[in-house]
Design a binder for this molecule. Structure first.
Ligand code: PLP
Length: 361
């Protein structure tokens, strides 16, 4: 389907061949073993429902995908590409599960980690000497810092390091990091790709080059031996969610841009972080941590919960998590904009901000 736009491909990718009488959707394949005589004989190494999802996401990213039990399992699989004692350079504000995993690997003596401010390209370049892997996110979560991807990819490759780019916040509709030179793209498909807050799932995608195919084989072997495989039902749900990805990303992105503009004018908001695309925002509110918690408690439409990328809008003070780095402001709220009516969302948020910070009016 190379001539179709991504908006069309999310609807049709990964469907079975059009055989008369057969279903238009791939079935949920529930079998742990297969009749002998074919390459896949046991379901830890492959499953037709995963394959449909992998074909779809791989096609959208322009590479070859593998699916995992969660986004963090996909990140862990990529870290397995680094030799014992190897050096990983990572954003200091990377997703907190990723920083937590890196810290645990470092404490165990498996990896050495150098954290960087990803917006300071020259400083990142300096730290790449002797590195094996550069971890990037298209925008960091929740600080929404944006790395200069092509520049850092070039520097990492010159230093002999692989580049993993977590594109969870961007989806293949907004960014395709393989085209910008990244070696492995990672998704927490739990978020936008699935889109309904009802499934955990991860994906890696590697390029259709000799080097990319070699990485794919290493990752496949790792998945089979470590067993961080998704359930077939989860893969099916993710593929079902993917069908509406373009609609969801377009509506949520439009609403997020509009709400970001309104927020800059609200007296209870000190700073708005909005990377200019996607549906994630972060705001710093007056009144410190307590003021921020009051905003979360005062919303009725925005769901006060962790995670992002669902159809429902979510709000959360990130520092309520002990793993969140102290350089993330106490009063920072992460807003994941969903697909509800924009006016309804703004009315609920504005009233929560008014109530929580009345003195600023
Ligand atoms: C949620 C998230 C992850 C981890 O994914 P899980 O599916 O929760 O394991 C990784 N990276 C980013 C950017 C995320 O938002």
């Amino acid at each position: 389907m190379p001539t179709w736009s991504p908006r069309t491909r999310v609807v049709h990718a990964g469907r079975p061949d059009p055989v008369p009488g057969a279903g238009v959707n791939v079935p949920v394949e529930l079998s742990s073993t297969y009749h002998a005589g074919a390459p896949v004989s046991y379901a830890r190494s492959g499953n037709p429902t995963w394959s449909a999802l992998e074909d779809a996401v791989g096609g959208l990213e322009g590479g070859r995908a593998l699916t995992y039990a969660s986004g963090l399992a996909a990140v862990a699989a990529v870290l397995s590409l680094v030799p014992t004692g190897g050096v990983v350079v990572a954003p200091r504000h990377a997703y907190n599960g990723t920083t937590g995993l890196l810290a645990a690997e470092e404490r165990a003596g498996r990896l050495r980690v150098r954290t960087v401010d990803v917006e300071e390209a020259p400083a990142v370049e300096e730290r790449l000497t002797g590195a094996h892997l550069l971890v990037l996110e298209t925008a960091t979560n929740p600080m929404l810092e944006r790395p200069d991807l092509p520049r850092l990819v070039r520097a990492a490759h010159e230093a002999g390091a692989l580049v993993m780019c977590d594109s969870t916040l961007s989806t293949p509709l907004l960014r395709r990091p393989l085209e910008e030179g990244a070696d492995v793209v990672v998704h927490s498909a739990t978020k936008y790709l699935s889109g309904h807050s009802d499934v955990l799932l991860g994906v890696t995608v590697t390029a259709e080059t000799d080097a990319g195919r070699a990485l794919h084989e290493r990752l496949l072997t790792h998945r089979t031996l470590h067993g961080a495989i998704p359930g077939p039902m989860e893969a099916w749900l993710a593929l079902r969610g993917l069908r509406t990805l373009a609609l969801r990303v377009e509506v949520a992105g439009r609403t997020a841009a509009w709400i970001a503009g309104r927020l800059t004018e609200h007296p209870a908001v000190r700073r708005v972080r909005y990377p200019g695309e996607g549906a994630l925002l972060a705001i710093e509110v007056v009144g410190g941590a307590a003021g921020a918690e009051r905003v979360c408690a005062a919303t009725s439409l925005w769901v006060h919960s962790t995670s992002l990328g669902g159809v429902e809008s979510q709000i959360e003070r990130r520092r309520r998590h002990p793993l969140e780095p102290p350089t993330v402001p106490e009063e920072l709220l992460r807003l994941s904009v969903g697909i509800e009516d924009a006016e309804d969302l703004w009315a609920d948020l504005e009233s929560a901000l008014d109530q929580a910070a009345p003195a600023s009016r």
